[in-house]
Design a protein around this ligand. Structure first.
Ligand code: HOZ
Length: 433
C-alpha cells in the first residue's frame, strides 16, 4: 500500500503538533506504521491523501452511525450554518434535541448539552458531588471517561494503549478522591465503600468500550445499583460511546438497572462535537442558574451541532429496525473473524453489542481490565496492519471498539471477513517466524 503522501504529511505534522496528532491513539504508535491522513469520507468508505480507499469500522470513534456524509445530516448542517454558527444564546434546536432524548430515556428528565464526552462527565461528577455533598468517586479500572483530572486514573482507551493509565500532571490531592474498583467484580466495589464513607457517586461504562468491548453483567449492575442506594451515592452511566449505539437507548435498552445520571456524546451530535449529561430533575436542578452547582460553555448547545444531532436521532427513532440490521452485521463480522482465527489456530474471543463489536487475541473471556491487558497486543498490531493493507480500517488499538454503520453492506462484511482470513495468516506466519 502506498502511503507516501501520508508519511510526508505525518512528518510535517510532527513539527507543529505533538506526535503529529490531536488525540494520541491516532498516531498508530501501538500498531506501528503510518496513520493514513484522511482526505474524505463517503458512505462506508474513507479515502486517504494517497488515494487509498478503506471500509471504515471506526466511524470517527462512534458518532457516524449512518456513515460518512449522510444526506439528511449534511442538509441539516448546511441549512443551519447558513443562519449563523453560534449565538451563545438559547435556540429552539436545543429544546428540540433535549425533548427527543428525554422522551427516549426513562432515566433522563432533564439534560444539559456540552461540547464533548469529557466535558459531560466532568460536569456530571461535579453535579454528583454538589448534590450529595460528598467528595469521593468510584470508577472502574479500564473504563475511560475522558481526560479530566479525577478520571484519568487507571483509565482505558488511549491511556491504556500507551501504558500510562494514570497521567503525570494530575495532582495526587485530586486522585486521592478517586477509588478504583474492578469491572464486573462487586466485592471490589464493596471494599471501596468500606474504605470511604464519603462516596458521591459510582461512574461506569455499562458497556465498556475503552478496554476493548467488555459489557457489564446484569447481576453486577443490579448489585451496583443496590450498593449505591445503600450508601446514598449516585450511579452514573457513561453512555458517551454506547448511547444510540448498543440500542436506541444504549445500554439502558439492555439492562433493567436505572442510573441517576447519564452522560452522552458522539451519536447525539451526528458527527459534530457534542456531549450531554442528564438525569433526574431533582438532581439536574442543582445546576446553575437554578441551583448552586456551576457549569457553563460558550459553544454549548450550538445550533449546528444540535441540528446534526436532531437529524441523526430522529432518523434512528423513526427506523428502530436499524439496530437489528446493524447487530446482525456486527455478529456476522465477528463470527467471520473468529472462524478466520480458528483456521490458523489463533486464540481469539469476540463480543458484540448492537452496532459495537470488539475482539481480543486471547484464550479467555475478557471480563475486566486485567483480562484485557493480558491479550496479545503484538498479534493485534500485526492483524491491524494486515487488514489496513487489505483496505479495512479498524481501530488502531486493542483497547478500543469497532462500529458498524448503516452504510456498510453485507457484501462489505463478507469482503472484510475474506481480508481477515488473509490477515490471520499473516499473524500466524509472523508467530512461526
Ligand atoms: N480514545 C478515543 C476513542 N475512545 C480516540 C479519539 C480520537 O482519537 O479521535
Amino acid at each position: 500500500m502506498n502511503l507516501q503522501k501520508s508519511q510526508k504529511a505525518f512528518e510535517e505534522a510532527k513539527e507543529y503538533i505533538p506526535g503529529g496528532v490531536d488525540s494520541p491513539v491516532r498516531a498508530f504508535k501501538s500498531v506501528g506504521g503510518t496513520p493514513p491522513f484522511i482526505a474524505k469520507g463517503e458512505g462506508a468508505f474513507i479515502y486517504d491523501i494517497d488515494g487509498n480507499r478503506y471500509i471504515d469500522y471506526v466511524q470517527s470513534w462512534g458518532p457516524l452511525i449512518f456513515g460518512h456524509c449522510d444526506k439528511d445530516i449534511e442538509q441539516a448542517v448546511i441549512e443551519t450554518a447558513k443562519k449563523g454558527l453560534s449565538f451563545g444564546a438559547p435556540t429552539l434546536l436545543e429544546s428540540e434535541l433535549a425533548k427527543e432524548i428525554v422522551f427516549l430515556f426513562d432515566s433522563i428528565q432533564k439534560i444539559r448539552f456540552v461540547n464533548s464526552g469529557t466535558e459531560a462527565v466532568m460536569s456530571a461528577l461535579r453535579l454528583a458531588r454538589g448534590y450529595t455533598k460528598k467528595d469521593d468517586i468510584i470508577k472502574f479500572a479500564g473504563c475511560y471517561h475522558g481526560h479530566s483530572d479525577s478520571l484519568l486514573v487507571q483509565a482505558g482507551s488511549g491511556a491504556a494503549t500507551f501504558g500510562t493509565p494514570s497521567s503525570p500532571g494530575v495532582p495526587e490531592d485530586l486522585t486521592k478522591h478517586t477509588l478504583i474498583a474492578r469491572y464486573n467484580d462487586i466485592e471490589s466495589v464493596k471494599q471501596c465503600f468500606e474504605a470511604s464513607k464519603n462516596v458521591a457517586c459510582v461512574i461506569i461504562e455499562p458497556i465498556a468500550g475503552n478496554m476493548g468491548l467488555v459489557p457489564a453483567d446484569e447481576a453486577f449492575l443490579e448489585e451496583l445499583r443496590a450498593l449505591c442506594d445503600e450508601n446514598e451515592a449516585l450511579l452514573i452511566f457513561d453512555e458517551v460511546m454506547s448511547g444510540f449505539r448498543a440500542t436506541l437507548t444504549g445500554a439502558q435498552g439492555i439492562t433493567k438497572v436505572k442510573p441517576d445520571l447519564v452522560t452522552l456524546g458522539k451519536v447525539i451530535g451526528g458527527g459534530m462535537p457534542v456531549g450531554a449529561f442528564g438525569g433526574k430533575a431533582e438532581i439536574m436542578d442543582m445546576l446553575s442558574p437554578v441551583g448552586p452547582v456551576y457549569q457553563a460553555g460558550t459553544l454549548s448547545g450550538n445550533p449546528v451541532a444540535m441540528a446534526a444531532g436532531l437529524a441523526a436521532i430522529r432518523k434512528l427513532k423513526n427506523n428502530p429496525s436499524i439496530y437489528v440490521d446493524l447487530s446482525k452485521k456486527a455478529k456476522r463480522l465477528m463470527e467471520g473473524f473468529q472462524a478466520a482465527a480458528k483456521a490458523e489456530e489463533i486464540p481469539f474471543v469476540t463480543e458484540v453489542r448492537g452496532s459495537m463489536f470488539g475482539f481480543f487475541f486471547s484464550d479467555r473471556e475478557v471480563k475486566n481490565f486485567d483480562d484485557a491487558l493480558a491479550n496479545d497486543t503484538n498479534a493485534f498490531a500485526i492483524f491491524h496492519q494486515a487488514m489496513l493493507n487489505e483496505g479495512i480500517y479498524l481501530a488502531c488499538s486493542s483497547f478500543e471498539t469497532g462500529f458498524i454503520s448503516t452504510a456498510i453492506s453485507n457484501e462489505m462484511i463478507e469482503e472484510t471477513i475474506e481480508a481477515a482470513y488473509k490477515a490471520m495468516r499473516v499473524v500466524s506466519d509472523a508467530k512461526r517466524a
